[in-house]
Design a protein around this ligand. Structure first.
Ligand SMILES: [Zn+2]
Length: 373
């Protein structure tokens, strides 16, 4: 009911605005609900990043197979430029919040996340990231804390969170270790606590085949390495076995979020090779997700970014040559995030609902709507 009243409110605001701006026809409702959602977030992946990645390679990116494209406005509740916590919270809860907030609204109130809501309805849920699993983007799907920096509190919230499977770094936020430079500052050992509650910890993806219940896989003590520094392509490699695992846990369906976290870090470092190598790594995961969705027919693959990072533009490469437009160059204009809209790429069942220009919070509403909730 809440969603309906929000939509009615938006419709009436549009009707009263007095402008002659044409309104888009509403997409026709999906006849049967989408069963499974694979939500892929390329942190910091703006249109220039994707353009550069396309230009540098002969074969097309998997992202290019998306058949419905949208654009989202990414500002947070207080700031014109969002951070990853506020942006991921907009996706996961449908409300704008302040930068740094994880799973809370702008007044600091706890908001139930999409993942928590779907778990209550019987869906299996998965989170995969190439950062620590306590980092802002994955955290915003299971934790509710006032600051993204409170990693140890975020880790505590994963202990009882309805996350069927998580794969990512930051074991140090969970472990209590003898080495005083590593692990939690308190006496808790969350790995032991979770194991006592029935969570299975695995150390290789093929162990997923025999696992059941709740499963965790730490890929690093802290943040995983970059692709350039030798990280395996576990993001892409984990998609198919994770889907198999989640399907075995529930007949209702599954919701999985997988994040290419370090596209953003390449942008902060103004390092184009870092950015693009991470984007290719992320695109491999997109390919694995699309392959499953194509065969399955009941799965939506949704790909977007939380914001753009680095203010990347693609001007002419060699401006002094006789033909200044013959080479594509690149230039970063910022070491931080920017306010430019970011693309949404949708593929598979229910994809048409994601065309258009809208606020990042609409991702939440649209996902629930195509899933029939
Ligand atoms: Zn960032």
């Amino acid at each position: 009911m809440k969603n309906i009243s929000v939509i009615l409110l938006l419709v009436s605001v549009a009707a009263c605005s007095g402008s002659n701006r044409p309104t888009a026809p509403q997409p026709t409702a999906v006849k049967t609900p989408v069963k499974n959602v694979i939500f892929l977030i390329g942190d910091g992946m703006g249109l220039a990043q994707v353009s550069k990645a396309i230009q540098q390679r002969e074969e097309p990116l998997n992202i290019e197979s998306a058949n419905y494209i949208g654009l989202i406005k990414t500002s947070s509740s207080k700031q014109a430029i969002t951070d990853s916590a506020a942006a991921a919270t907009a996706f996961s809860t449908g409300v704008k919040t302040y930068n740094g907030a994880v799973g809370l609204d702008a007044n600091g109130g706890s908001k139930k996340t999409l993942l928590e809501l779907l778990a209550e309805k019987g869906y299996a849920t998965g989170l995969i990231a190439t950062s620590g699993i306590t980092h802002a983007t994955p955290a915003s799907f299971y934790a509710h804390v006032e600051s993204r920096q409170k990693y140890y509190s975020i880790a505590e919230e994963l202990v009882d969170a309805p996350v069927s499977l998580f794969i990512g770094g930051a074991e140090d936020h969970f472990d209590n270790r003898v080495d005083k430079n590593r692990g939690r500052p308190d006496n808790r050992d969350l790995v032991k606590e979770m194991a006592a509650k029935g969570v299975t910890f695995i150390s290789a993806l093929d162990e997923l085949e025999k696992a059941s219940g709740r499963v965790g896989y730490f890929t690093a003590d802290n943040h995983p390495e970059s692709v350039g520094n030798g990280r395996s392509d576990y993001l892409a490699e984990s998609i198919q076995p994770s889907i198999g695992f989640l399907q075995r846990q529930s007949k209702t369906g599954f919701f999985m979020m997988a994040e290419g976290a370090q596209i953003d870090w390449g942008g902060h470092a103004n390092d184009i090779d870092y950015t693009i190598s991470e984007l290719y790594d992320f695109d491999k995961a997109v390919g694995a997700a699309m392959k499953f969705a194509k065969n399955d027919g009941n799965t939506l693959v949704l790909i977007t970014a939380d914001h753009e990072t680095g203010g990347l533009t693609l001007p002419a490469g060699d401006t002094k040559s006789d033909e200044p437009y013959s080479q594509a160059g690149h230039a970063f204009s910022s070491s931080g995030h920017t306010s430019v809209m970011v693309p949404v790429y949708a593929y598979g069942k229910g994809a048409e609902a994601f065309a258009g220009v809208y606020e990042n919070t609409e991702i939440y509403n649209k996902l629930l709507s195509v899933m029939g909730h």
